[in-house]
Design a protein around this ligand. Structure first.
Ligand code: CP
Length: 307
């Protein structure tokens, strides 16, 4: 049974296919309004979410399907000690496809080993968030016209930010990509991603803690929240949380066609005054996420022989 745990579980041609389907859904939503009639998506969220859970649910409703949902670990039998493996074996009896978020890295992989229906990783701890990356890719594609030749600035919590890890993996497969990694020393990109992805694939990158200096060369600026829930110590979080706050003044030296992205939720890292800048794309990402999740549900249900 095919599941999507990591963005690299999707080939470049499958990403192209998802983008083409998402664009077709955007152009002709009525053609997709009944394709999942009688099918059920289960959303199992052991960790809080607004966008990912609700966009998966909206996606299934807009495909004509149904949703069963667990939005809080405390209201499920996980609170009585049920394992992820047993939970998935049970939910597989009720649903045709499952989107799961869990605070532990690797939980989605465990789920995929114990399922009879496709599992989509909706975020596993600080590890991966592949469907956020599909939203990011559609946004970059629509705003920049493609992926090759881009200089991408990733700013903020590069250590715990799972969306950053997935996006680096995804973008490293395209031509002539360059990364500027902007973070405080304590929140640098983990060395396993630097070594296994950037160095192994000979992708040029620089590390800096100075956002303003990096700004003029960027085609994409991807801001991230400092991930409070992954810190062991509140003092460290409070010291680092406002390391970067993007304001209109800081954008003065940015390219006129640079795009500003953020997976959201934002706390303080982008001033609301930036929202009116035509380069701000973070709310477009939210909508693009729904279309890419629709496309992914369709792809996986077709492959599973359910549609
Ligand atoms: N981007 C994202 O994963 O948002 P949520 O945590 O609200 O799902």
């Amino acid at each position: 049974m095919r599941s999507i745990i990591d963005i690299l579980d999707l080939s470049i041609s499958e990403i192209d296919e998802l983008i083409a389907t998402a664009q077709d859904i955007i152009a002709s939503p009525e053609r997709y309004a009944h394709v999942c009639e009688g099918k059920k998506l289960a959303t199992l969220f052991f960790e809080p979410s607004t966008r990912t859970r609700l966009s998966f649910e909206a996606a299934m409703y807009e495909l004509g399907g149904h949703v069963i949902s667990m939005s809080d670990a405390g209201s499920s039998s996980a609170s009585k000690g049920e394992s992820v493996a047993d939970t998935i074996k049970v939910v597989s009896c009720y649903a045709d496809i499952i989107a799961m978020r869990h605070p532990k890295e690797g939980a989605a992989l465990v789920a995929s080993d114990n399922t009879s229906v496709p599992i989509i990783n909706a975020g596993d701890g600080g590890h991966c968030h592949p469907t956020q990356t599909t939203a990011d890719l559609l946004t970059i594609y629509r705003e920049k016209g493609g992926f090759d030749g881009l200089t991408i600035g990733l700013c903020g919590d590069l250590k715990f930010g799972r969306t950053v890890h997935s996006l680096i993996n995804a973008m490293s497969r395209y031509e002539d990509i360059r990364f500027v990694l902007i973070s405080p020393n304590e929140l640098k990109l983990p060395s396993y991603i630097k070594n296994d992805v950037l160095k192994r694939n000979r992708i040029p990158y620089v590390q800096t803690n100075n956002l303003e200096e990096a700004m003029p060369e960027l085609d994409v600026l991807y801001m991230t929240r400092v991930q409070r829930e992954r810190f062991f110590n509140e003092e460290d979080y409070l010291r680092l949380k406002d390391s970067y706050i993007l304001t209109p003044a800081k954008l003065k030296e940015a390219k006129r066609d640079m795009i500003i992205m953020h997976p959201l939720p934002r706390v303080n890292e982008i001033s609301v005054a930036v929202d009116d800048d035509p380069r701000a794309c973070y709310f477009k990402q939210v909508l693009n996420g729904k279309y890419m999740r629709m496309a992914l549900i369709l792809m996986l249900l077709k492959e599973a022989g359910t549609l």
